[in-house]
Design a binder for this molecule. Structure first.
Ligand code: SME
Length: 162
């Protein structure tokens, strides 16, 4: 029997850390490493359709600016804390998983094709440095495994790059 999309994604998530570690250890600058991480996640995990980083603007209070990403361009290049799923995750300083975006009232749509989204903040000394944002076209595909693996990646980014 052929594997489902979710089964393929779960398998790919099992081996993604081994592929992230060499990128983090490479001598490239932070933006380049983040771009490579986006490319790796978008290529390897079949449920991920848009993968990007929003970084906290050091010059604006509580505002996120679009950083490296892979996928369709988005109108949401600046997001205030509290707005949308990204802004809410920055406010609560916790991962925000939405498996059906039509049920989320505080949501900024990038594309009508997107049905699920996960946002993982990167935190150091209690401050939100930025976050990893992933959009999925398939509804209901995000699991605890996505959360664990992506939180682990974000912790490593904070340790190695900040
Ligand atoms: N959907 C996000 C906005 C960013 S896009 O997904 C790239 C939100 O509600 O914050």
């Amino acid at each position: 029997m052929s594997e489902t999309l979710a089964q393929r994604a779960e398998k790919a998530l099992d081996s993604i850390s081994d592929k992230i570690d060499p990128l983090l250890a490479s001598a490239s600058d932070r933006e380049q490493v983040l771009q490579k991480i986006c490319e790796l996640l978008a290529t390897e995990i079949p449920t991920y359709d848009w993968v990007g980083f929003y970084l906290t603007d050091p010059d604006a209070e509580r505002e996120l600016v679009l950083g490296p990403y892979v996928g369709e361009p988005t109108d949401h290049t600046r997001i205030p804390f509290g707005k949308g799923i990204c802004g809410q995750a920055a406010d609560i300083k916790e991962t925000f998983v939405v498996n059906d975006v039509s049920e989320e009232t505080n949501y900024l749509s990038c594309s009508p094709e997107v049905n699920a989204e996960i946002v993982v903040p990167m935190i150091k000394d209690g401050k939100v440095l930025g976050e990893l944002d992933i959009d999925c076209h398939e509804k209901g595909v995000l699991t605890d495994k996505d959360r664990q693996v992506l939180e682990d990646i974000c912790s490593k980014i904070v340790e190695e790059l900040y």
